[in-house]
Design a protein around this ligand. Structure first.
Ligand SMILES: Cc1cc2nc3c(=O)[nH]c(=O)nc-3n(C[C@H](O)[C@H](O)[C@H](O)COP(=O)(O)O)c2cc1C
Ligand code: SF4
Length: 649
């Protein structure tokens, strides 16, 4: 059998997991009014169809004071049962077990409700650093109501046919706030020594147990360490779990806390985190506890999950973003087709990146994720057409693969020697090598779909006129944009691409102009600082990495800080002369002069390559322009537009 440990069933109370692969809870932002909708059912059904053993449904609030975002699911009313039942039925059809998370954020209220900040509650009035919330200390009466909320929510989950619940004590949320002696300053029965601080959690477990059947699973998610000065330490977490005794049926181990920018990075660790880096924490708990241990964190391939289980570090392995990226991953692993898996690259761009912007979940590599109702099943083409795709970057590759899968005869032309476009450069940024996975994955999709590929082949109008393809999809990409500014060439001026391609000898004192505040400016600054250059990063926004997914941004901020890169926010490039760079503060208009400088690196965005498309305007052909060739943006738009056009034609 392939991956024998991973595909070993596991019995927990009344249910049997058919394998050890788990989709941990993740807020999809698909529900719009706090209840389960068809989009969420279709999303989870796709994961169940793909063969996952256990799905844990995204957080559900247990009390009115638990609304931490505007779209959080709420399990506070019996009217919610019908929606939960629809997910349970959809998932159970594929023998996948379903648990639901029971959630109260305490002071970690992330969003205002319709523009109005709600009152946040916590054990004591200790402010949260990340969301800048000053909570009110909970009074015993409200504590009792919240505890009852957990039990009532569990009862509703059971009534919906869900197999178990997971109490969220992880990531610095309310139960963790009670456990934490730096946040719980109470002098009543809910504070003080460990026994007092455990009381809230014990009461929750007791209330849940009292309201569900004995066979119903009651688990707990906890951060083995909250990885923050104010957060729970590994020792405190371990003591708390030992103090709970036999109260819970499994422990789901994660890391980090929502309460600080640094601690939150572990909620969805970026690609700089090592694969399976939480597993050693789980292994230490497994030595001490008698219940099954689950673990999650940067496990994106079945080979790695197999190792975690085979080594006995944990009993079940969370592979959450791996399943967002490829819901069919378990089926492929089981069938011995692991090479066909579209591996998650931990870019965080469209999964948690969308969550933080309030948009429905997706994946830059798998734009069908979160859009199952629209793209889940693509119809075969009515008539097979000759399709030419020009440009073998992410947009072109995706368009070619989808069109060919649907039955079109597709030829993909790439001017360079290799497919990949800008992704080949993006993977050269420090700590971003895994980004190259997008190229590997798309190359496989293109090959599997039977696309004819011509590399080192430019296409011109004459070729199109002569061979008359039915459809031309132009995915011709973009090139660096150099703004016009007063300059003296004595100062070396290069762009990010030249640095990454090592086409320029960069001087010792460098200014990086970062217009987009995305991966490129911070990455170039890091790369040069690591190579010993003195680097100043002038950002055209309020902070370095402002447009990045939060956890990528904050991880990168930590690196730049440690490397001593000087960040200048609110800056636009005004000009340069022999050894000075002139900047202007975007808000005040005041000048800043940086000197002595010997190299200016431009990370000033891109402009579309339109040399071909401009010559085709008057041709009577079906021409579609996608990706950066339509407007320079990111790989996410490129792959999405590839899917969209491939599905349309
Ligand atoms: C979009 C998104 C939303 C998340 N929301 C939750 C959540 O509701 N509850 C929770 O406990 N963890 C949440 N997480 C964390 C995941 O459960 C998981 O720990 C994280 O994705 C790391 O695992 P992975 O490396 O296998 O993806 C979320 C993660 C993502 C990507
Ligand atoms: S968007 Fe990136 S991190 Fe998120 S699931 Fe897709 S590949 Fe993984």
């Amino acid at each position: 059998m392939n991956f024998p440990h991973l595909f070993q069933p596991l019995r927990i109370k009344g249910c049997t997991l058919k394998n050890r692969i788990m989709s941990t809870a993740h807020d999809t932002t698909l529900p719009t009014d706090g209840t389960v909708n068809e989009a969420l059912v279709a999303y989870q059904e796709a994961r169940a169809r793909g063969g996952v053993g256990l799905i844990i449904l995204q957080v559900s609030g247990v009390h009115e004071t638990a609304r931490y975002t505007n779209h959080v699911l709420m399990a506070t009313d019996d009217a919610a049962i019908a929606g939960y039942r629809r997910v349970a039925e959809a998932v159970h059809r594929f023998d996948t077990v379903l648990f639901a998370q029971l959630f109260h954020p305490g002071r970690e209220i992330a969003e205002a409700d319709g523009g109005l900040l709600s009152v946040a509650y916590a054990p004591s009035s200790v402010p949260s650093e990340r969301f800048r919330v000053m909570p009110q200390a909970l009074r015993p009466r409200l504590i009792r109501a919240i505890v009852a909320g957990y039990g009532d929510a569990a009862r509703r989950m059971q009534a919906a046919g869900i197999d178990g619940v997971e109490i969220v004590a992880s990531h610095g949320y309310l139960p963790s706030q009670f456990l934490n002696p730096r946040l719980n300053l109470r002098d009543d029965a809910y504070g003080g020594d460990l026994d007092g601080r455990l009381r809230f959690l014990r009461e929750i477990i007791a209330d849940v147990r009292a309201k569900v059947a004995a066979s119903f699973v009651v688990g707990l998610r906890i951060s083995a360490s909250e990885a923050d000065d104010q957060g729970l330490t590994e020792a405190e977490c371990t003591q708390a779990l030992l103090g709970l005794g036999n109260g819970i049926d499994y422990v789901n181990v994660t890391l980090g806390t929502s309460a600080s920018l640094g601690g939150a990075v572990h909620i969805a660790p970026p690609m700089t985190a090592k694969v399976a880096y939480v597993a050693p924490y789980a292994a230490r708990l497994k030595q001490l506890l008698r219940v099954p241990i689950f673990v999650t964190g940067r496990v994106n391939q079945p080979q790695d999950a197999e190792l975690v289980i085979a080594r006995g570090q944990a009993d079940v392995c969370g592979m959450t973003r791996a399943l967002i990226c490829d819901p069919e991953m378990p089926n492929k692993a089981r069938a011995g087709e692991a090479d066909e898996i579209r591996a998650c690259i931990a870019c965080n761009q469209a999964c948690i990146g969308h969550f933080h912007k309030g948009y429905p979940i997706s994946c830059i590599q798998n734009p069908v994720s979160g859009r199952e109702l629209r793209f889940g099943r693509l119809a075969n083409a009515v008539t097979a057409r000759n399709v030419w795709v020009i440009g073998g970057g992410p947009a072109g590759m995706k368009a070619a693969a989808v069109a060919a899968e649907r039955g079109h005869r597709v030829t993909l032309f790439e001017a360079e020697a290799r497919l990949g476009g800008q992704a080949l450069l993006a993977q050269l940024l420090p700590g971003r090598a895994e980004f190259g996975g997008i190229v590997t994955n798309l190359q496989r999709e293109v090959a599997r779909a039977g696309v004819t590929i011509h590399t080192r082949q430019r296409v011109d109008r004459a070729m199109i006129e002569a061979q008359k393809p039915d459809v031309v999809i132009a995915a011709t990409g973009a090139k660096p944009y150099w703004p016009d500014f007063p300059r003296e060439e004595a100062l070396q001026i290069v762009d990010a691409w030249q640095v990454l391609r090592e086409e320029a000898q960069v001087g010792s004192s460098v200014v990086v102009i970062d217009w987009r505040a995305d991966w490129i400016g911070v990455g170039i600054a890091e790369r040069l600082a690591r190579a010993g250059h003195s680097v100043q990063l002038a950002v055209g926004g309020i902070a370095a990495g402002e447009s990045l997914p939060w956890y990528v941004r904050d991880d990168q901020a930590a690196t730049l800080h440690k490397l001593g890169v000087r960040v200048l926010p609110y800056m636009r490039l005004h000009g340069c002369d022999q050894s000075s760079v002139y900047l202007q503060h975007i808000a005040s208009g005041a000048a800043t002069v940086l000197e002595p400088i010997d190299t200016l690196v431009l990370c000033t965005g891109h402009r579309s390559v339109m040399d071909l498309t401009e010559t085709l305007e008057d041709l009577p052909i079906d021409l579609r322009i996608i990706g950066d060739g339509a407007a320079p943006r990111t790989a996410e738009e490129a792959v999405f537009e590839g899917l969209k056009v491939g599905a349309e034609i």
